[in-house]
Design a protein around this ligand. Structure first.
Ligand SMILES: [Zn+2]
Length: 216
């Protein structure tokens, strides 16, 4: 739910709106700010680098939660602007998802009301100028999940929804929604992206990215 970010450069970057334009629907909710600060450079995975490769520890059902989260976000797009896949080799991954400590008690996901029995942190790496004016992340994006004591189904539900929230950060939403109904609000109570989350991620992926992903 929290995210830490660091930056290597203090830059003023023009927001490029020259990318493809999304089709505006009169019923589409207004997107929220996806940058931590409105003057920050923009990041999203470029279409040339799909699928985004996720590596997740095998602790508990973590891999299942990552797959569910990736799938939820991918289905918010009409034209395949984002999709992801689990990979077996962490060195080949764009995003690393860990859950230190013992596995949580095994429990199926339910529709029970949300209980805060877990936390997630997405570490956004430093970015540097590669010498030609192009900004690039220095490292992979890291997500760390932790769970606390509670009812097994509450823990499972919390891990699933917070993992999906953290994947939203990893995709480039470095901010939180102020609407508590949204998946990208904190504390995380939504189980899946709302129409506002969808509008926001679609907007982000139709703007040219200023920062490129880490390249090993
Ligand atoms: Zn968050």
């Amino acid at each position: 739910m929290r995210k830490r970010r660091a930056r290597a450069l203090a830059l003023t970057v023009l927001v490029g709106l020259a990318g493809c334009q999304s089709v505006e629907s009169p019923n589409r909710p207004a997107p929220y700010e996806f940058r931590a600060s409105p003057t920050d450079p923009i990041f999203h995975f470029p279409s040339s680098q799909l699928p985004v490769r996720f590596w997740a520890e095998t602790t508990g059902a973590l891999q299942e939660y990552v797959e569910l989260g990736v799938q939820m976000w991918a289905t918010q797009f009409l034209y395949g602007e984002f999709w992801g896949a689990l990979v077996a080799d962490s060195l080949q991954a764009d995003v690393i998802v860990r859950m230190p400590g013992p596995p949580p008690p095994d429990a199926p996901l339910t529709d029970d009301p949300p209980v805060q029995t877990c936390i997630g942190v997405t570490q956004i790496p430093n970015f540097v100028d590669d010498g030609s004016g192009q900004l690039r992340f220095e490292a992979r994006i890291d997500i760390e999940m932790r769970w606390f004591s509670g009812e097994p189904s509450d823990i499972a539900n919390c891990l699933a929804r917070v993992t999906a929230h953290e994947i939203g950060h990893a995709m480039g939403i470095f901010n939180h929604s102020s609407d508590q109904n949204d998946l990208m609000a904190i504390p995380v109570t939504a189980r899946r992206p709302t129409a506002r989350d969808a509008s926001t991620i679609q907007t982000l992926y139709h703007i040219q990215t200023d920062i490129l992903p880490f390249q090993p």
